[in-house]
Design a protein around this ligand. Sequence first.
Ligand SMILES: NC(=O)C1=CN([C@@H]2O[C@H](COP(=O)(O)OP(=O)(O)OC[C@H]3O[C@@H](n4cnc5c(N)ncnc54)[C@H](OP(=O)(O)O)[C@@H]3O)[C@@H](O)[C@H]2O)C=CC1
Ligand SMILES: CC(=O)C(=O)O
Ligand SMILES: [Mg+2]
Length: 422
Amino acid sequence: MNDARQAALDYHAKPIPGKLSVELTKPTATARDLALAYSPGVAEPVREIARDPENAYRYTGKGNLVAVISDGSAILGLGNLGALASKPVMEGKGVLFKRFAGINSVDIEVNSESPQAFIDTVARIADTWGGINLEDIKAPECFEIEQALIEQCNIPVFHDDQHGTAIVTAAGMLNALEIAGKRLEEANIVCLGAGAAAIACMKLLVACGARAENLVMLDRKGVIHTGREDLNPYKSMFAVDTDKRTLDDAIDGADVFVGLSGPGLMTADHIRKMAPNPVVFACTNPDPEIHPDLAREVRPDVIMATGRSDYPNQVNNVLGFPFIFRGALDVRATRINEEMKVAAVHALKDLAREPVPQVVLDAYEMQTMSFGPEYIIPTPVDVRLLERITSAVAQAAVDSGVARRPYPSHYPLKSVDDVYGI
Ligand SMILES: NC(=O)C1=CN([C@@H]2O[C@H](COP(=O)(O)OP(=O)(O)OC[C@H]3O[C@@H](n4cnc5c(N)ncnc54)[C@H](OP(=O)(O)O)[C@@H]3O)[C@@H](O)[C@H]2O)C=CC1
Ligand SMILES: CC(=O)C(=O)O
Ligand SMILES: [Mg+2]
């Protein structure tokens, strides 16, 4: 077994299995403590919640609790490996929620025989949570599932692989193109993949100014064009009238490549054919469409991003979902709407232009990091993400009328220790 593989397995297995645990927030040492925590004291908040469900936010952990729910049908770029196999990733999302935004989470892996069974299962347990983060559910089922749950639940339901990824991709793309001296409105874009992440990313890029006619999307069968009769409605939105059929055809002269598909699908010959100063976001995890070392060797002028932590420019939804949920929870938003997503894009994009704190440089063992080809987007350990994205999202929720609480008086957040505002 190679060292990296063994290290990853040991990390998950030792000293105790898994990456998350539950902690107590109240004293439990004495008989009095127990009489308050459990019987008879617990009956009082029960009565209060039965009288008014909003009291669940006051007397339980609901308001700072997010469910991370998957059916394991699209685990990273590893494919449909089933609900249980997705558990390390879902625990991992919980780690990120807690570490970066002070949010408690529980991972739930659902064995479901149909989208409707999944929807019914999640809808029945929705009251438990302050929000629901859907994760690693494959397209096209993910679209129907998310839409149904948004309609049935009065808490935010957010499919991270769609919207978290799209927000981070749009922020990184706007910066990368500026550095490359290009405009999104004029860029020729190739998107490899036509699933949850790809469809949402391309929709948001179009909303940000990309032209649909400059965008070629590909699935396993090749270019999504108007002559195809096997397209679902989500893919059809991106069908273009073109003679191009393969990635090799589409990539010729392209300014941008976005990979949300599978490992190793982009070759040296593909990247060689791109326009000057190409932008390549090879975002499949854990192994990207093209390795960054190969991409840079073939194209020294590339602006390269991956989903990984061990190369510059990590375009990964970790830069989005913890902070978006934090902002949504703190104003008790009923949903995460387009205004909140756009606010997150701009907060993330703008932060990349500011000087990088020493603590971030230390974490990455770098002497310098500054806005440019090797730094198009902040790193996940940058605590300013907590301040900027949560504030922007909360404000957008208030302004767009989905907040049930005012903009928090304890904002801006400077640390996860401040999230309860006490
Ligand atoms: N960096 C990040 O933050 C994120 C990265 N991702 C990555 O994006 C990828 C897709 O995830 P997701 O959208 O959730 O999964 P889905 O299962 O919803 O979509 C996968 C898509 O990839 C396409 N695909 C797979 N293999 C090939 C191939 N050989 N050639 C062309 N297209 C191919 C599929 O084509 P078809 O439709 O024909 O089956 C499908 O459209 C994963 O690798 C994941 O790790 C996802 C979310 C966040
Ligand atoms: C990062 C992530 O959510 C994914 O690759 O699926
Ligand atoms: Mg995912």
